[in-house]
Design a protein around this ligand. Structure first.
Ligand code: N01
Length: 471
C-alpha cells in the first residue's frame, strides 16, 4: 500500500460467507487493521448454523464459490452443507482470516461520534472504527409458528436451524411443519431413509426437477489439472444461472414458461390423484423461492411419508391436532417454518451522531441506498442489505458486487477524498420508491405469500438483471 494513503480501521459484524469476503477484499488491498466480530465459535454462518439432514445449497457449487478460490473438488452439483462448511473453514485458514476474528463476541451496538464508530459487543468488549460493515446474513432469525400449545409438546420440538446434535430418529414418529426449501430437503432425506414422517403442509410449493448429480473422479481430476477449466466451469454456471433463473424471475417470457412446464412435468410424476391434488400449488412457480429437488416426489410417494394438508388446530403433549379433530401422535416435531428475513443486522442497535436510530429509520419499512448504505449513518456499509438480489442470484456474487463497491469507497477514504460519507435521505427514498414501483412483471407479485415480501407486501428484492445491479 502506498505510504501516502490513510490507513483505515475497519470492523465487520459476522464471519459468514459475506463477512469473510469483506475481510479477504481488505487483505487483498493491503488493509490489515480490521476485526471481524462473530457471535459463534466458528466461521461459516448459515453453513455452521444449519445441520439438518439433507442440507444442501440450492445454487450449483461451482457457482456458489468465491471467484478467487474455485474448488475443483466439489463432489456434487449442489454441495451438501458439511462440504460447504469445510470449504468455508478452508478459505478462512488459507486467507489467514482467523487472526482477525473475535469469536464469541456479538456486535450489539454502535454510535458514530462524528469521527468514528464507537462499538460494543454483547459481551462488553468495546472497539472503535473508521468504517463499519455489517455482514449478518439474511436468513438467520428463526421464525417460530404461533400455534397454540407448541410449548406443551412432550416430545422434542425445534426449529430446522437448531437441529439438536446427535438426535436419534430411529423408530421415532416424526412430524414436520413447512414445505419450503428447508422442509423439502429434510423430507427428501428422511423419507428416503424410511422414517415415519408426517408432513404438515400449509401451502404446496413448485419443485424444479434438477437431480443432484455426483461429479466423477475424472471430472474432478480434469478440473484440478487442466488450466482454466475450473474458471470456465464457474463462468458457465454463472452464465446459465443469470440467463435462466435470474431472468425468469423478473421478466415474463421463454425462461419463465420453460421453468413452469418443467415444474408441471415434475408434479405429473405423482401417481396418486389425491396426493397430486395436495401437492398442486395455487400460485406460479418462483413466486415463492423455487424449491429445487430431484428426489422430493419420490420420497413423498413412499408409504412412510404422509402429507397432511388439513390445517393445524393446536399442539398437545402427544402431538399435532388438525382442524378435523385428528390427533397425529409424534415423538419429534421439526419446525421448518422459515426465517424473519427482514431483520437484517437487528437487534444490533446503531445510532447516528444526532441520535437517529436504526429502529427509527426502519420503523415503517426497511430500506437502503443501493442495498449497501443508510442515510445519516456515516461510513456504515451493509452486505446483503435491503433490496439485494436475493431472489435472483447467488449470494456470493451479490457479496462480490457489494464488497467491490465498499472497497471503492474505502479507497477514496484512503486518498483523503472524504472523511465520512452517507447517502442523502431524499436520494435513498427516491431510489427505494423506484425499486418498489418496478416490481410489475416480476414473478414475486403474481399472488403468493413468501419471505421475499416485506411487512408492506413489497418484494424486498432486486427487480432487474444481475448486470444492471452490478452497473
Ligand atoms: O423457509 P420458507 P425455508 N403453520 O419461508 C410454512 C433458503 N434455503 O427455511 O408457504 C404452518 O421458504 C410455510 O407455509 P406457507 C432458501 O432461499 C437455502 O424452507 O407460508 N406452516 C412454508 O411452507 C429458502 O427459500 C438453502 O403457507 C407454516 C414454510 O413453513 C429460504 O432458505 C437451503 C407456518 C417456510 O418456508 C427459506 O426456506 C435451504 C405455520 N404457522 C433453504 N409458518 C440454501 O441452499 C410457516 N409455515 C442456501
Amino acid at each position: 500500500m502506498a505510504d501516502n494513503l490513510r490507513k483505515p480501521r475497519v470492523v465487520i459484524a459476522g464471519a459468514g460467507m459475506s463477512g469473510m469476503f469483506m475481510g479477504i477484499q481488505l487483505k487483498r488491498a493491503g488493509i490489515e487493521d480490521f476485526t471481524i466480530y462473530e457471535k459463534a465459535v466458528e466461521v461459516g454462518g448459515t453453513w455452521r448454523e444449519n445441520t439438518y439432514p439433507g442440507l444442501s445449497c440450492d445454487v450449483p457449487a461451482h457457482y456458489y464459490s468465491y471467484p478467487f478460490e474455485l474448488n475443483p473438488d466439489w463432489t456434487q452439483l449442489f454441495a451438501k452443507g458439511p462440504e460447504i462448511q469445510k470449504y468455508m473453514r478452508h478459505v478462512a485458514d488459507k486467507y489467514h482470516l482467523r487472526e482477525h476474528i473475535e469469536f464469541g463476541q456479538e456486535l450489539a451496538n454502535g454510535e458514530h461520534d462524528g469521527k468514528h464508530w464507537q462499538l460494543k459487543t454483547s459481551e462488553g468488549k468495546t472497539d472503535q472504527a473508521d468504517v463499519l460493515v455489517t455482514a449478518c446474513g439474511v436468513l438467520h432469525h428463526p421464525s417460530y409458528p404461533k400455534i397454540p400449545g407448541l410449548d406443551d409438546f412432550a416430545g422434542t420440538a425445534f426449529h430446522s436451524s437448531r437441529w439438536p446434535d446427535e438426535l436419534a430418529l430411529k423408530d421415532k414418529r416424526i412430524g414436520l411443519i413447512g414445505t419450503g426449501s428447508t422442509g423439502v430437503q429434510i423430507i427428501t432425506e428422511l423419507g428416503a431413509q424410511g422414517h415415519d414422517l408426517s408432513v404438515f403442509q400449509r401451502t404446496p410449493q413448485w419443485v424444479f426437477p434438477l437431480p443432484n448429480r455426483k461429479y466423477h473422479a475424472v471430472e474432478r481430476w480434469l478440473l484440478r489439472h487442466v488450466p482454466f477449466l475450473n474458471k470456465a466451469v464457474h463462468r458457465i454456471h454463472e452464465f446459465a444461472f443469470e440467463q435462466f433463473f435470474a431472468k425468469a424471475v423478473v421478466h415474463e417470457g421463454g425462461p419463465r414458461k420453460l421453468i413452469t412446464r418443467l415444474c408441471e412435468w415434475n408434479l405429473n410424476r405423482v401417481k396418486d390423484p389425491e396426493l397430486k391434488r395436495k401437492l398442486t400449488p395455487p400460485d406460479q412457480p418462483m413466486c415463492k423461492r423455487m424449491v429445487i429437488s430431484g428426489g422430493f416426489y419420490n420420497s413423498v410417494q413412499k408409504g412412510n411419508v404422509q402429507v397432511v394438508d388439513t390445517a393445524i388446530d393446536k399442539i398437545v403433549p402427544e402431538g399435532v391436532v388438525t382442524s378435523d379433530g385428528k390427533l397425529h401422535e409424534l415423538d419429534v416435531l421439526v419446525l421448518a417454518t422459515g426465517f424473519k428475513a427482514h431483520d437484517f443486522m437487528r437487534p444490533m442497535e446503531l445510532r447516528t451522531g444526532d441520535g437517529k436510530t436504526l429502529s427509527a429509520l426502519w420503523g415503517e419499512r426497511v430500506k437502503a441506498y443501493r442495498s449497501v448504505a443508510l442515510p445519516g449513518f456515516l461510513n456504515l456499509f451493509m452486505l446483503q442489505g435491503p433490496k439485494s438480489p436475493v431472489g435472483n442470484f447467488s449470494l456470493i456474487s451479490i457479496a462480490q458486487t457489494q464488497t467491490d463497491y465498499i472497497m471503492d469507497c474505502i479507497r477514496l477514504w484512503q486518498k483523503g477524498e472524504f472523511d465520512a460519507m452517507a447517502p442523502l435521505t431524499s436520494v435513498t427514498d427516491r431510489l427505494d420508491d423506484e425499486l418498489a414501483n418496478s416490481m410489475d412483471g416480476t414473478v414475486w407479485v403474481t399472488g403468493c405469500n413468501s419471505w421475499y415480501l416485506d411487512e408492506n407486501g413489497v418484494p424486498d428484492t432486486w427487480p432487474s438483471t444481475p448486470a444492471r445491479f452490478r452497473e
